[in-house]
Design a protein around this ligand. Structure first.
Ligand code: PMP
Length: 351
């Protein structure tokens, strides 16, 4: 630490991203990326002409991108806010609505970035324990009187609340914002977008990083009331007006026109997920009923940390969280057929 860091940040514990290693070729099943390339139309749209336009700033209003998202989701472009990955969107939202001294509640086992943002922005965070089976107890959030962020489906457990259950939480906290982080929602059937027309305290956050095969592009978005989006833009234009670059705007806008391709990719990942669950169960693993592009699995006899290390030595990366209650679990991203065969070959040898 230099002697210049502001005292407010001395105790900040940053988020730890999954390993992005280049020392050898890995079967990479650790950061929930798609095994499929972006849609062919998306690859074509970043052409030389687009590159040549990079002397100019990107559009700070993001007109093309918010327009194609609004059309896809049947909302007004004024209800769409975009960021440099959904992490950026979540950061803006927590900064804007929970701010210094504000409140935020989230499950104790969830996306580990929420507590980091809370700490960074001086938010009073309440972490609500999941039930023993890792489910979110809806009753814990009813009328809680705090802003709320819930990943649905949740990560790393993979479990999903129904739209009805989310509605119960949103309806019972009308004076507080409920952020539903739907990073993995395309692998389930539980999107809460339909609730937006009835609840002005709901924000739905999604990303291009998972089902749309564009993790490296860094684009995420929020759908919410026009007033909420106006507030988010107030913060954005006070911090980083050009938060998405021209190439990302172009590629993400095109991705929204390639739904058939992405539906097919999602169908293959979901089929592979169900197959993976069965094969892991046959090997003695205990699993949650994940509705995402990863599975969350524990072996009653083999320590997860040992499995993680042994897999890594053999060129397979999965995610292990050395955290209370989940240290016996591995989070394994669903890869291609070939990647999963490679994973199972190594896993079977280790076991
Ligand atoms: N929310 C959840 C629950 C996630 O798992 C992730 C991926 N790490 C994100 C948000 C952020 O994704 P991105 O910034 O790539 O959109």
């Amino acid at each position: 630490m230099s002697r210049f860091l502001a005292p407010a940040y001395h105790n900040l514990v940053p988020y730890t991203p999954g390993e992005q290693l280049n020392d050898r070729k890995y079967i990479k099943l650790n950061t929930n990326e798609s095994p499929f390339p972006p849609a062919p139309g998306v690859c074509r749209v970043i052409d030389e002409g687009r590159m040549r336009s990079l002397n100019l700033y990107s559009d700070p209003a993001l007109t093309a991108l918010t327009g194609s998202l609004a059309e896809s989701f049947g909302v007004s472009p004024k209800q769409v806010f975009c960021g440099n990955g959904s992490d950026d969107v979540l950061a803006f939202a927590i900064m804007a609505f929970c701010g210094k001294g504000g409140t935020l509640a989230c499950p104790d086992i969830s996306y580990s970035f929420y507590p980091v943002y809370a700490d960074l922005f001086g938010v009073k965070l309440t972490q609500i324990p999941l039930a023993e089976d890792f489910t979110i107890r809806v009753s814990d959030y009813v009328g809680i009187g705090k802003n709320i962020v819930i990943a649905n489906p949740n990560a790393p457990t993979g479990l999903s609340l129904s739209v009805k259950e989310v509605e119960t939480i949103v309806a019972s906290n009308p004076e507080h914002l409920v952020i539903i982080d739907e990073a993995y929602v395309d692998f389930s059937n539980d999107t809460c977008v339909s609730l937006l027309s009835r609840y002005d305290n709901l924000m739905v956050v999604q990303t291009f990083s998972k089902s749309r095969s564009l993790a490296g592009l860094r684009v995420g978005f929020a759908l919410a009331s026009e007033a909420i989006v106006e507030d988010l833009n107030k913060i954005k234009f006070s911090f980083n007006p050009y938060n998405i670059n021209t190439l990302s705007i172009t590629a993400a806008s095109q991705a929204m026109r390639e739904q058939a391709y992405y539906d097919e990719c999602v169908a293959q990942i979901v089929a592979q997920r169900e197959k993976t669950k069965k094969r892991l169960a046959d090997l003695g693993f205990v699993l949650t009923d994940s509705k995402t592009n990863f599975v969350f699995a524990s072996h009653p006899e083999k320590k997860a940390e040992m499995l993680y290390k042994a897999l890594k030595e053999r060129g397979v990366l999965v995610r292990h969280f050395n955290a209370p209650r989940i240290k016996d679990y591995l989070r394994i991203t669903i890869g291609s057929e070939e990647q999963m065969e490679g994973f199972f070959a190594e896993l079977t040898r280790i076991l």
